[in-house]
Design a protein around this ligand. Sequence first.
Ligand code: ADP
Ligand code: ZN
Ligand code: ZN
Length: 762
Amino acid sequence: MPADVSALQVALPLPLPRLFDYRSPEGVAATPALAGCRVRVPFGPRELVGVVAGVAAPAGDGAAGGMPELREALACLDAEPLLRGELFDSLRWLARYTHAPLGEVLATALPASLRRGEPLPDTHAWAWRLTEAGATSLPGLRAGSRPRRLAELLHEAARDEDALDGLMDDWRAAARALAKRALAERIAIPASQLAPAPQPGPEPNDEQAEAIATLRDTEGFAALLLDGVTGSGKTEVYLQAIADCLARGRQALVLVPEIGLTPQLLSRFRARLGVPVHATHSGLNDGERARTWAAALRGEARVVVGTRSAVFTPLPEAGLIVIDEEHDGSYKQQDGIRYHARDFALVRGKALGVPVLLGSATPSLESLHNARAGRYAHLRLSRRAGEAKPPRVRVLDVRKRPLDAGLSAELLDAAGKALDAGGQVLVFKNRRGYAPVLLCHDCGWSAQCRRCSTPLQGTPMTVHAGGRRLQCHHCGARQPVPLACPDCASLALQPQGIGTERIEELLAQRFNAVPVLRIDRGSTRGKDALGKHLDAFGARAGVLIGTQMLAKGHDLPNLTLVCVVGIDEGLFSADFRAGEKLAQLLIQVAGRAGRADKPGEVLLQTHHPGHPLLQTLIAGGYHAFAEEELAQREAAGFPPFAHLALLRAEAKHADAPMQFLQAAKNLLLPFAAARERLASRAAPDDAQPSPDNSRETLLELHGPLSAPMPRRAGMHRAQLLVSAANRRALHGALDAVVPALHALPDARKVRWSLDVDPVDLY
Ligand code: ADP
Ligand code: ZN
Ligand code: ZN
């Protein structure tokens, strides 16, 4: 076929399950070499930036006379493909797996500035050196002046700008002065030249050494679960594995949870590895993120550390992928393209032929299941490294005990003792528990969010700002606290349930000789605000109060007592993952106590001291809990023993979501195991379902039902849960049905999304 009848098939960032054909821009031949290049195209009255997915004869009849009906792309934005090789292939896989349009997947994967069509940024670093004229006229510069001092520094050696920052204050003005007289010049150098000398780490213990050796012996793809208690030295294993990877001349990618990417962690990596470590996370601006991406694409970035979206980093010379805290919920994207960074990292590791190291003190049940099935190597670190001892855990039974701001007298005593001994105390409040809701003591009225409530199910607003403001945690709506009850006019309005603010009030009164610091999302906006707060707090005796944000991240070496309150509701949640999440949280937060030379203690305050989850966790640890939980999941047919997809819909109009989901269900029914039909087949002559119609390959449809939170920010919400024992069966059905979903007339009346492997069933 002659080149001029070929069309570019362009993936555009639109919620439509197809590619769009365009003619090649003027003067650019439509050859397959354009695949992976960005193009700017007209779309209706707009212009969009898309990625060429392929080149082919246009859809429809592109026969005689070429392609009169095709519009022409305006410009090709890349001289060579931006997306190529493994990354492009893996992203195509991701589009198929999430049943999402390729254009939307690519838009999610590319840094924002590249998505907008900006050029791939420069990635080199800058250095300064003396010119020849500078070297000869150095003695003539006024002794002691800044230009003279800088010229002397540069005379010893050309210096990069980072190094100059450390050598001389305000060197830039001096540099400009020298440059003006052509005595010094600024030169671009590859970023990889900026290499601090690596510092040695501690001698690995036996278990660490074994894990490191296993990785060293791994060739090609393998998944390895590094299952090590908190403080057992997992990070040391990562560092050694990365050093080995660098020594082989390969790149390493390290994924860390949102809260785990602290300046502490980055400086530990930088100091130990002796190469520049590129970071990428949501705190960076678009330009910085694009530079990291480009540096990785050019092979200049040898180590990239980042949060969820770092999984889209190009790795042309890949050698290793590390996923720290692999169980962490922040790896799952909860809107747009709902990918799981851990799972996608495994797909990429396989395609790249490199090992993937998954580390956690509380591995996800999915990963433990894979390890038990032999799909993952299981590496254990069973002891804390160095001197630190595991913390002692005690359950405080608070049934019928008086509580003050939700805290028992025993807990307060223990806190007082720990402070007297010069230690730090963390009071950890589980967020999934009760919130301080405004309640009328006379009639029972409580404040509900108008935008998130239905007549049958209210969503309470919680009390903030020292009792002056009500706020909805789901949509952010705010309003002042009413003076009197809107229903009965009583003045007896009281906050019920204990928030961290009330705990702070009580502790600040009771322990007024030490600092009391409350950490929550409100108090930690901005770049590394959490780290700055904690640095200011220091290592002196004091009390920290917080929620999930404090469960990990920043090191607190002087923390000797951890008190956990508000766990009871998590013990009785309808979400099948609630137990797993609570167990992980308890172990993680307990692991914060006594990390250095001081022994730690953990107090769990509960009204349900006999609950099996607590009993098992305390007697047998996380693994005993995980064994029991896996057995229950298997019996109930839940993940990892089944595969789920959740179809969600929301609309302003109350009926629209259910109508859309019912229409979707009708499309899925041919693939579903109708329970009644299977039951009626119990008759012996009818008991032989054909192979592709067996229970194994059939779907189960649950719903449509209103969502656990049926209203949110003014929208009515419903969902249809699809489950299958067999992953291929699930995807086969979705492959067939999803394009038809887009075409449903009801689809235009709702906002809908498909979540494959949902983590939260909300
Ligand atoms: P994890 O990542 O499992 O929480 P780290 O790697 O951060 O653990 O190690 C916890 C602490 O123990 C750190 O201060 C680290 O320097 C120290 N450490 C790790 N491995 C060793 C070792 N083999 N010998 C002495 N100290 C170690
Ligand atoms: Zn009232
Ligand atoms: Zn609301």
